[in-house]
Design a protein around this ligand. Structure first.
Ligand SMILES: [Zn+2]
Length: 122
C-alpha cells in the first residue's frame, strides 16, 4: 500500500505497518520540529487533545450536514449550515480558541521576521 510521507509528502511504501515517514531523516526532522513546537505533533492531552477531538467532530458533522442539505433550495441549505456553524462556535471552549489564535499570531510574526531577514540579506 502506497502512503504519503508525513514530512515531505512523497509517496512511498511503508516497510512496517503504521509507518509515517519515507526515510529516517524525515522521521528525525519531524520529531525535532515537534519538540521545538514548530510542527503539530500528536495531541497528547489537555487543550490540544480537546481541540483535536473537537475538530474531528466538526469535520464529521460538516460531512453529514453537506449530505443533508444536498438538493435543498439554496436559501434553506444556507440557513441550515449557518445554524450548524453557530452551534460549533457556541460549544467551543473560548480559552482554547484564544490560545490557537495567539499561536497563529506568533507564527505570523515569526514568518514576517523571517521574510524581513530574507529581504535584508539580498
Ligand atoms: Zn519523506
Amino acid at each position: 500500500m502506497i502512503v504519503q510521507c508525513q514530512k515531505c509528502g512523497k509517496d512511498y511504501e511503508p516497510k512496517r505497518r503504521g509507518g509515517k515517514f519515507c526515510s529516517v531523516s524525515c522521521r528525525v526532522v519531524q520529531h525535532q520540529l515537534i519538540k521545538r513546537g514548530e510542527a503539530w505533533g500528536k495531541p497528547a492531552s489537555g487543550d490540544e487533545r480537546y481541540l483535536a477531538d473537537k475538530l474531528v467532530a466538526v469535520g464529521r458533522s460538516a460531512t453529514e450536514a453537506l449530505v443533508q442539505v444536498e438538493g435543498l433550495p439554496t436559501a434553506e441549505a444556507f440557513s441550515r449550515l449557518r445554524a450548524l456553524v453557530q452551534g460549533w462556535a457556541g460549544v467551543a471552549n473560548n480559552s482554547i480558541i484564544e490560545k490557537v489564535q495567539y499561536n497563529e499570531q506568533q507564527e505570523m510574526n515569526a514568518q514576517a521576521t523571517r521574510m524581513k531577514r530574507i529581504k535584508e540579506s539580498k
